[in-house]
Design a protein around this ligand. Structure first.
Ligand SMILES: *Cc1c(COP(=O)(O)O)cnc(C)c1O
Length: 363
């Protein structure tokens, strides 16, 4: 069976190095905030070309700590999209913020930035921009809007490690950037993890405190904080895997290019490419008429291909978030049409060909 993602295949490919690293950590007698985390933070900062990175417990926690570092409090409004992982919204609500949803653009699923300014009022504190599916949002426009209105800009890069907007890596545009390191992500451990990057020294310092009980030094707290640490085993694995991130992203791009060229189905709408945006294809999402979607998915299942839907219920339709009134026509429309095809670095050529053939044979 071919799935839309396959993190185990990355383990198999890197087995020797990863096994060696895990054994090294186990023998080090240092399991929390040791050399592996420090090294990974350095490696990640170097990869992005940014000053500071802080390893944390998950992508969700990366968002929560970033919002806390910006002093978001109850009633503060945060502009974002409903068409994102549940975690983006959960983080806003967790700190007492109110998500203000902007619709997406039908051509590439990213935030319709032309609608942002009219949403800004006295309560607006910031924007969380999501580079959804690995494809950059129109981030330059958002930088301008956030500066002009003196609100912060957080980039949710959880699906976009290594993606570029006008040849500059995403995660380097806003005040602070959050990355999930969940196993299926373009850079993922084999457990939970996340990392926050910023060029702002005061944000960096605050997040470092927040990550561990508000401790300035061991057992000496200066602000309230809890435990949101990244562990040494995950960091060790990530130090192995980050060396392969560009190579793996390149493979995703090659697969996407092949899909774009060779999928010829009157039923499917393929993702659009934009010369300013270098997607890293965390997901390859196509659209189909909503009345055909389950038929198409079931048909592919008979060919041993399991697709995904990211996401079947838009966040503003999730029960806890119904109270945040919104009118999101495109988000709702495409949530019934989207399908995520298999795309991951270890997908083999014959598998890609068989996926394309099966899709093209769907009547
Ligand atoms: C995966 C993801 C998250 C959450 O990350 P976790 O590590 O699972 O907590 C947040 N935002 C987006 C866009 C994601 O894809």
């Amino acid at each position: 069976m071919l799935y839309f993602a396959n993190p185990k295949s990355e383990y198999i490919f890197l087995k020797k190095k990863i096994d060696k690293k895990i054994i090294k950590v186990l023998n080090s007698n240092s399991y929390i905030l040791g050399n592996e985390v420090k090294t990974f933070e350095k490696n990640f900062s170097n990869y992005l070309g940014i000053k500071y990175s802080i390893g944390v417990s998950s992508g969700t926690d990366a968002l929560i700590l970033s919002l806390k570092s910006l002093n978001i409090k109850a009633g503060d409004e945060i502009i974002t999209t409903s068409h994102t992982a549940y975690a983006t919204i959960a983080a806003i609500v967790e700190v007492g913020g109110i998500p203000k949803f902007i619709d997406i653009k039908e051509n590439d699923f990213t935030m319709d930035v032309s609608k942002v300014t009219s949403m800004i009022n006295k309560k607006t504190r910031g924007i969380i921009a999501v580079h959804i599916y690995g494809n950059p949002v129109d981030i330059e426009d958002l930088v301008k809007i956030s500066k002009k209105n003196k609100i912060f800009l957080i980039e949710d890069c959880s699906q976009a490690h290594g993606a570029e907007y006008k040849n500059k890596k995403v995660g380097t545009f806003g005040n602070v950037a959050c990355f999930s390191l969940y196993p299926t992500k373009n850079l993922g451990g084999f457990g939970d993890g996340g990392i926050i990057s910023t060029n702002d020294k005061s944000i960096y310092r605050k997040i470092k405190l927040l990550r561990e009980y508000g401790w300035k030094e061991k057992n000496k707290a200066i602000i309230h904080g809890i435990n949101n640490r990244l562990d040494e085993i995950q960091a060790g694995i990530l130090n192995v895997k980050i060396k392969f991130l560009d190579k793996f992203n390149k493979k995703r791009k090659i697969i996407a290019k092949k899909y774009l060229k060779e999928i010829k189905s009157k039923h499917l709408l393929l993702p659009e490419i934009n010369k300013n945006k270098k997607s890293v294809y965390h997901l390859f999402v196509v659209r189909i008429n909503k009345n055909l979607r389950s038929k198409f998915i079931n048909y592919l299942k008979t060919k041993n291909i399991t697709c995904g839907i990211h996401y079947p219920i838009p966040n503003h339709r999730q029960k806890p978030y119904l109270k945040f009134k919104s009118n999101l026509l495109i988000t709702e429309k495409i949530s019934k049409e989207i399908i995520s095809l298999p795309i991951y670095p270890m997908l083999k050529s014959n598998e890609i060909n068989s996926i394309i053939k099966s899709i093209n044979n769907f009547k």
